[in-house]
Design a protein around this ligand. Structure first.
Ligand code: ZEM
Length: 286
């Protein structure tokens, strides 16, 4: 009864059944694995934020390479980059969720995890939409050396983040993610958390940068800074945000105005996770 002139129902035409892509259910599954006793400060949240960031922060706006699309961190050489040390753990805790919702791409799952983690730790709502497509092998890995080096200065920070397309204010807003989590000697060589509330998303990182006295830590490890309790830390790149006058202006703004920080972080983080991604025309936020 059908002829080529008649619109045909898609399922009949292709013989396929449709899977309902319930991103809300995936979000819920991620929320459920965030809190865990005995790992770091009791949450995988900071690690998942770092996964989303490193998956995305390889983008180069000059040629459109890198970025979250493709989820190439599954492959050599990207999975073995020194900068990605420890993220194997983040990827593996998401595997049971990928198994339960096989229709979601790794690239969507990793970025959504960062979003759910920020939200779950009390941060702003981050606009997120699906549409990233996994690439099949490591030949698609971006060039190495694109993620920032914590031992370097303001010029390096500007080079790396302007390559992605961010301005000074967005660089400072994104750096506010260091209010979360900690450094691990076996991953980066650095040690300790930035703040005393590493599983709560807040503007405490900016307040601490300005209000605590930071001095070089005396140890055999790489140069890092410590507060007078010797329990908190700042990386050399974190210190650049108060040494550089143009960056410092925004540190002062965000230390005073948490609402502004939340709103600017949400926009910049959302954009970070979408760099280089081509979304189908009618993709809406979930
Ligand atoms: Zn980080 N970051 N980061 N970062 N980062 C670490 C940890 C975390 C830099 C960096 O070298 C390091 C952004 C920007 C920059 C997070 C999120 C974001 C660590 C410690 C280092 C060394 C890793 C370890 O030992 O486990 C540098 C140089 C940056 C810019 C100049 C941006 C942007 C981020 C997100 C928007 C997070 C959440 C962590 C904590 C991870 C954890 O496991 O607790």
């Amino acid at each position: 009864l059908f002829n080529s002139e008649m619109p045909q129902p898609a399922a009949l035409a292709t013989g396929q059944t449709t899977v309902k892509k319930d991103y809300g259910a995936v979000k819920k599954a991620i929320e459920d694995i965030l809190d865990v006793e005995g790992y770091d400060d009791g949450s995988y949240g900071p690690l998942l934020v770092r996964l989303a960031w490193h998956a995305s922060g390889t983008f180069d706006k000059a040629d459109g390479t890198g970025g979250s699309n493709g989820a190439t961190m599954r492959f050599e050489p990207e999975c073995s980059w020194g900068s990605n040390a420890g993220l194997d753990k983040a990827r593996s805790i998401l595997e049971p969720i990928k198994a339960k919702f096989p229709w979601i791409s790794y690239a969507d799952l990793w970025t959504l995890s960062g979003v759910v983690a920020v939200e779950g730790m009390g941060g702003p709502t981050i606009p997120w939409r699906p549409g990233r497509v996994d690439k099949p092998s490591g030949v698609h890995c971006p060039a190495g050396g694109r993620l920032p080096d914590a031992s370097k200065g303001a010029q390096h920070i500007r080079e790396v983040f302007s390559r992605m397309g961010f301005n000074d204010q967005e660089m400072v807003a994104l750096s506010g993610a260091h209010t979360l989590g900690r450094c691990h000697t076996d991953r980066s060589g650095y040690v300790n958390p930035w703040t005393n509330a590493p599983t709560t998303f807040s503007n405490l990182y900016f307040q601490d940068l300005l209000n605590k006295k930071w001095t070089p830590k005396k140890w055999d490890g790489p140069l890092q800074y410590e507060d007078n309790t010797k329990t908190l830390m700042m990386l050399p790149t974190d210190m650049e945000l108060i040494k550089d006058k143009k960056f410092r202006k925004y540190v002062e703004l965000y230390a005073k105005n948490e609402e502004q920080f939340f709103s600017d972080f949400a926009s910049a983080f959302s954009r970070l996770l979408e760099l280089g991604v081509q979304f189908p025309a009618a993709t809406v936020a979930v």
